[in-house]
Write a protein that binds this ligand. Structure first.
Ligand SMILES: NC(=O)c1ccc[n+]([C@@H]2O[C@H](COP(=O)([O-])OP(=O)(O)OC[C@H]3O[C@@H](n4cnc5c(N)ncnc54)[C@H](O)[C@@H]3O)[C@@H](O)[C@H]2O)c1
Length: 485
């Protein structure tokens, strides 16, 4: 879960310079820094205060939590492109990392030059991190996509080279839900048409076909992050809420789950779609489903453009079946702003534009300042958790692995992260190496060809760390070894 900026705390570091305590583990001084693949790059304890990160279990770390660090914070180079939100930049700067933030993306040759050096890169949707770019990124351990989509990154290549990728899929859920509330009222009152008419100088004061939303039934298809937020908002305006989801889900407020899409379509005055884009949801609202809807009802789609059969919707509108519709997403969407919304984009566009009481918006459901800021926090914290703790919760190309945090009374413990090829026999070899030590806890998971192992080991001295690291590095299955302590 994303933690809000206001929830941030400053936690004294384990060296005791903040709270007067001494570190009983001074014998394990930070003279080994092997996380990024070299034992020559030695480091000391970071001296900056620490922006709190969630514990390995997702909540905030308790003050007694031991802060793991891979090596001297100043060694870590972070490149942020495309004007990543300031909230995210600040979180990373507070760590003492070297952060370079640029306002735009970079042409490929300049990107390759820059990426050679950095351990972390943050991008938005324009920067293409293809295999041919990533092959130059010898130090890179993690990519943060400060946006929803991750198509711009070669996820498979990244995983196979031990580079974890994070994004922020849910930071804008509230923004979408609020847009839906506004749009429901606009449709019920035909406000889009009245506004267009007045812009053309036409005064058209009508009440026929205009309704309050109080007491009307809202049917939510897909009761996830957006759908459930919308449910709460709609009820507070006096709407009755029903929802359909493939998963049996706890209702918010007094809403209720129905058993089938058809049941929802027959009961709802407003049908709003919040499902993912998957083969099962392709054209899930087409001619048959539109026929099931109540006469004069409304359809809203802010999920993905493939979910509604738009030519079928156009026919239903032309036949007077629906009272209105709102679309925020389309099967094909332009890459940039400009006069692109025409039949070259989707061959039904001109017909769509002619329809009355159809509100068309350019995929802006999640586009708010608040969402951008929340994305900044969420992705920056994922990056910190990965760099400092090795946890992959929320990763899009690696298995999700986390361990409960180490505490201050475990000074001579260290955490081993071993990213490896998912081939038979690896765990036996790894455990032969780790088995010489006391393994406090361990977790491993795989995703496709790549597996991720985390283990916390107690009472380790420096010479053992070096040997242990080298033994793991020498295994043929190794993709990347990191040691955090
Ligand atoms: N317009 C925008 O700017 C914008 C912004 C954010 C998200 N979105 C889109 O909105 C949609 C919902 O996002 P979310 O964050 O709530 O996703 P989510 O994963 O939290 O929720 C989706 C829900 O749909 C359910 N579902 C899956 N298949 C279903 C089916 N066949 N029938 C009924 N329910 C089904 C899932 O069980 C889940 O509860 C996604 O398509 C997302 O890409 C659009």
């Amino acid at each position: 879960m994303t933690s809000t900026p206001s929830a941030a705390r400053e936690i004294p570091l384990r060296n005791g310079n903040g709270n007067g305590s001494t570190n009983p583990g001074e014998d394990l001084t930070r003279t080994v820094s092997s996380s990024f693949g070299t034992l020559d790059n030695l480091s000391k304890s970071p001296t900056a205060t620490f922006h709190s990160t969630p514990s390995s279990y997702g909540g905030h770390q308790k003050p007694s939590t031991k802060q793991l660090k891979p090596f001297h914070t100043e060694d870590i180079k972070i490149l942020l492109l495309e004007n990543v939100n300031k909230t995210g930049q600040e979180i990373l700067r507070k760590q003492g990392y070297q952060v370079e933030a640029l306002k735009s993306s970079l042409p490929e040759d300049q990107l390759i030059e820059k990426i050679r050096d950095v351990h972390v890169i943050g991008i938005r949707s324009k920067t293409q991190l293809t295999a041919s770019v990533l092959k130059h990124a010898k130090n890179l351990i993690v990519i943060g996509c400060f946006c929803i989509g991750t198509n711009q990154v070669d996820l498979k290549y990244a995983a196979e080279n031990g580079i974890c990728v994070f994004n922020s899929p849910f930071s804008n859920s509230r923004s979408v839900a609020e847009q839906m509330i506004g749009t429901i009222i606009m449709l019920a009152r035909q406000i889009g048409d009245r506004s267009n008419e007045l812009h053309q100088g036409i005064w058209n004061k009508v009440s026929a076909g205009c309704w309050e939303v109080r007491g009307k039934t809202l049917g939510i298809v897909g009761y996830g992050h957006v759908g459930s937020q919308l449910s709460v908002l709609a009820e507070s305006m006096g709407m009755k809420v029903i929802y359909f989801d493939v998963v049996n889900l706890m209702s918010m407020g007094t809403s209720s789950q129905v058993h089938s899409l058809d049941e929802l379509l027959k009961q709802a005055d407003f049908v709003t779609l919040h499902v993912p884009e998957i083969p099962e949801t392709r054209n899930m609202i087409s001619t048959h489903q539109l026929e099931q809807m109540k006469q004069g009802s409304y359809l809203l789609n802010a999920s993905r453009g493939s979910v509604v059969d738009i030519p079928a919707l156009i026919k239903a509108m032309q036949a007077g079946k629906l009272g209105g519709a709102a679309l925020d997403v389309y099967p094909n969407e332009p890459a940039g702003n400009g006069p692109h919304f025409n039949n070259d984009l989707n061959d039904f566009t001109e017909d769509l534009r002619k329809l009355k009481n159809v509100i068309l918006t350019p995929h802006i459901g999640g586009s708010t300042e608040e969402a951008q800021s929340a994305i900044g926090v969420e992705v920056a914290e994922s990056l910190l958790n990965y760099v400092n703790l090795g946890t992959t919760s929320g990763a899009v190309n690696m298995p999700e692995v986390s361990l409960r945090s180490l505490t201050l009374d475990e000074p001579n413990h260290l955490r081993v992260v071993y990213i490896h090829k998912n081939v038979p026999g690896v765990l036996r070899r790894v455990n032969e190496i780790l088995g010489d030590h006391n393994v406090d806890k361990q977790m491993t998971d795989s995703r496709g060809d790549v597996a991720y192992l985390m283990a916390d080991i107690s009472n380790v001295n420096i010479s053992e760390i070096k040997a242990l690291y080298q033994s793991l590095e020498d295994l043929g299955s190794r993709i990347r070894t990191r040691v955090l302590y």
